[in-house]
Design a protein around this ligand. Structure first.
Ligand code: AMP
Length: 188
């Protein structure tokens, strides 16, 4: 049995960490578009060169580029029996493009909720610790704004198309939150 999941959550919600753990638990590849794009930038590929400045500004890379990248990744053999998408789709246009290429329906959407002040706090700490190029205060605010405007409506989009949306409280320690994430998978 495959498991096709989408993981939603704002930057700083712990989404990447939790998504990676859940993918391991479920035995499916963790497909993070942010990580793939950062790799393309580091490798200096054509996609990376197009994406670099956009990512530093905290804006979204154009849909056609990201959709092509994800389509190619999903066609690889390890994604045939399931996957966990992290950071994609980011807006309704990407969700529609995904629906158009998927052969098998999605099983669930997991949405990690964390209060705004906590997100800002965590991301500023991460900026200090990791020195990521897009982790300036401006970039952080911009990305959160985009999340609320463009990505948050995906909960409604999926609920309307009949995909279960599992809402998980992301406030707390990593293990505590992961216990909730894992439990949400077991609940119908
Ligand atoms: P993330 O690691 O998911 O926070 O992504 C880091 C950056 O990569 C974002 O701020 C965007 O610039 C870009 N990015 C990642 N995923 C997408 C996507 N699905 N659509 C457009 N841009 C994306």
């Amino acid at each position: 049995m495959g498991l096709r999941l989408i993981f939603l959550g704002p930057q700083g919600s712990g989404k990447g960490t939790q998504a990676s753990r859940l993918a391991r638990l479920m035995g499916v590849p963790h497909i993070s578009t942010g990580a793939m794009l950062r790799e393309a930038v580091a490798d200096g590929t054509e996609l990376g060169r197009k994406a670099d400045a956009i990512m530093q500004a905290g804006d979204l890379v154009p849909d056609d580029l990201v959709v092509a990248m994800v389509g190619e990744r999903l066609s690889q053999p390890d994604a045939k029996c399931g996957y966990l998408l992290d950071g994609f789709p980011r807006n309704v246009a990407q969700a529609e493009a995904l629906d158009a290429v998927l052969e098998d329906p999605l099983d669930a959407v997991v949405r990690l909720d964390v209060p705004h002040e906590e997100l800002m706090k965590r991301m500023l700490l991460r900026a200090e610790a990791e020195g990521r190029a897009d982790d300036t205060e401006e970039g952080i605010s911009r990305r959160l704004e985009i999340y609320w405007e463009e990505t948050a409506p995906l909960s409604g989009y999926y609920a309307n198309t009949g995909v279960a949306v599992r809402v998980v409280d992301g406030f707390g320690g990593i293990d505590e939150v992961f216990a909730r994430v894992a439990l949400s998978m077991a609940v119908e």
